[in-house]
Design a protein around this ligand. Structure first.
Ligand SMILES: Nc1ncnc2c1ncn2[C@@H]1O[C@H](COP(=O)(O)OP(=O)(O)O)[C@@H](O)[C@H]1O
Ligand SMILES: [Mg+2]
Length: 345
C-alpha cells in the first residue's frame, strides 16, 4: 500500500506539483552510506547548488566533491578538513580559522550563491589510526577528564563546522562522507543533526543500509560506544534517496518503476518500517524518495562540474570521444532534486 503512495508522489514530484512533506529542517546533514559509487557526492554537489548560505564539507579522502567545486583541487594548496582536525588529535598544533572558501571563486556556476566549502585531503586515509591513538591516550586520565578529552576529539568536526558557519554567516551544512565509517565519517555522524542516505538499486547498497542502521542504533557499535546515553540526541534519518531509479518502458505503462527499482524500493521500505524510531516522523512514507538515473545529463554534469539544474535538454558534449547529450528526462531529474532539497531546508 505505502509503496504505491511513494510511487504516486514521485509522479507529482516529476511534474513539479507535489506537496512538501513539511519535515522539520535541520542545520547539519551528513550524506552517508557505507558504500561507494551510489551517488553521495553527486547528490551533495547538486543539493549545494539548490540552496544558499550553505557550508559544504568534503570528508571523503577521494576528494570528488572538492574537485567539483575547484578543478585545481588535486594541486592541494588549500587549508583542508585534515588541517582543522589535527590540532584536536596532536598536542601543540594551532587551531585553524577561516578554512572555508567561497565556491563561486573556483566554480563559475556558483558565483551568485553565498555558499562555501572546506576541501578534503588525501591524508584523511590516515585519520582512523590517528583517532584511535588519540582516544587511547585519554585512557590514563581520571574519569571526568577522560570524558572531557574524548568529547573534545569526537566533536572536533562539529566544533569546527559550527565555528566556520558562524564566521561566514552560514546556516546550513552538508557533509559528504567516504564509504568507510572509521575516521572522518564517524566524526561527521557526531557533527550531524540528521543523515541523508543514498541507496542505489542493488543488493550491496541495501546491505550497507542495514550495516549503517546497525551502527546507528546498536549501543555497542563503534559509533555509540563512546557516548553516554544522556550525551546528546543521535542523528535521525531525514531521508533515504533511492538513486539510479528506472521506469518501465512497456507500452501503456505510466509512472511504473521497472522491476529492479520496484524490488529495491520495497526492500528499503521494509527496512525503514522496522526502524521507525530512527525516522523523525516515525513514518517511512515521509522519508523515502526516488531519484532517476541521470543518464547523459549526469555525465555532462560531472564532466563540466555543472549542476544538473543548469543543463538544458538537447545540449551535447563529446566526452572521451563519445557524443553525450542531455536527455529529455532532465527536467524530471531537476524537479526530483529540488523536491529533495526542499525537504531538507
Ligand atoms: N542519479 C544518478 N544517475 C546516474 N548516475 C549517477 C547518479 N548519481 C551518481 N551517478 C554516477 O555514479 C557514479 C558514482 O557517483 P558518486 O556521487 O561519485 O558516488 P559516491 O559519492 O557515493 O561514491 C558517478 O559516475 C556519478 O556520475
Ligand atoms: Mg563520493
Amino acid at each position: 500500500m505505502a509503496i504505491e503512495t511513494i510511487i504516486n508522489r514521485q509522479y507529482d514530484i516529476a511534474c513539479g506539483q507535489a506537496d512538501d512533506i513539511g519535515l522539520t529542517g535541520q542545520r547539519i546533514y551528513a550524506m552517508c552510506n557505507l558504500r561507494g559509487g551510489i551517488g553521495k557526492t553527486t547528490l551533495s554537489f547538486n543539493l549545494s547548488y539548490l540552496t544558499d548560505h550553505l557550508l559544504a564539507v568534503d570528508t571523503c579522502p577521494q576528494g570528488n566533491l572538492s574537485y567539483f567545486f575547484d578543478n585545481n583541487y588535486y594541486a592541494g594548496q588549500q587549508i583542508n578538513v585534515k588541517d582543522m582536525l589535527l590540532p584536536y588529535l596532536v598536542p601543540g598544533l594551532g587551531r585553524a580559522t577561516r578554512a572555508a572558501s567561497f565556491i563561486g571563486a573556483t566554480n563559475q556556476y556558483f558565483s551568485d550563491k553565498d555558499n562555501y566549502y572546506i576541501p578534503s585531503s588525501e591524508e584523511l586515509y590516515l585519520l582512523p589510526s590517528q583517532l584511535i591513538t588519540a582516544i587511547s591516550q585519554t585512557n590514563g586520565l581520571q574519569q571526568a577528564q577522560k570524558e572531557q578529552a574524548q568529547r573534545s576529539i569526537l566533536y572536533s568536526l562539529k566544533t569546527e563546522i559550527e565555528r566556520e558557519m558562524a564566521e561566514n554567516n552560514l546556516d546550513k551544512c552538508i557533509i559528504d562522507t567516504s564509504p568507510f565509517f572509521a575516521g572522518a565519517t564517524q566524526l561527521a555522524w557526531y557533527a550531524a543533526d540528521a543523515l541523508v542516505i543514498p541507496v542505489r538499486t542493488d543488493q550491496q547498497s541495501v546491505k550497507s543500509l542495514e550495516l549503517l542502521i546497525h551502527t546507528l542504533s546498536s549501543p555497542q557499535s563503534e559509533f555509540r560506544k563512546y557516548l553516554s546515553e544522556t550525551d546528546r540526541n543521535l542523528p535521525g534519518i531525514q531521508m533515504v534517496v533511492l538513486t539510479h531509479c528506472g521506469w518501465s518502458t512497456v507500452a501503456g505503462a505510466r509512472n511504473e518503476p521497472n522491476q529492479q527499482t520496484k524490488v529495491y524500493l520495497k526492500r528499503v521500505y521494509d527496512i525503514l518500517s522496522r526502524h521507525r524510531t530512527l525516522l523523525p516522523t516515525g513514518d517511512p512514507d515521509n522519508h523515502l524518495f526516488m531519484l532517476d538515473d541521470f543518464l547523459g545529463s549526469g555525465r555532462i554534469s560531472s564532466f563540466e562540474s555543472k549542476p544538473i539544474e543548469l543543463l538544458q535538454e538537447g545540449e551535447t558534449k563529446v566526452i572521451e570521444r563519445v557524443r553525450v547529450s542531455v536527455n529529455k528526462s532532465v527536467d524530471k531529474c531537476k524537479n526530483q532534486l529540488k523536491y529533495i532539497g526542499r525537504q531538507l531546508w
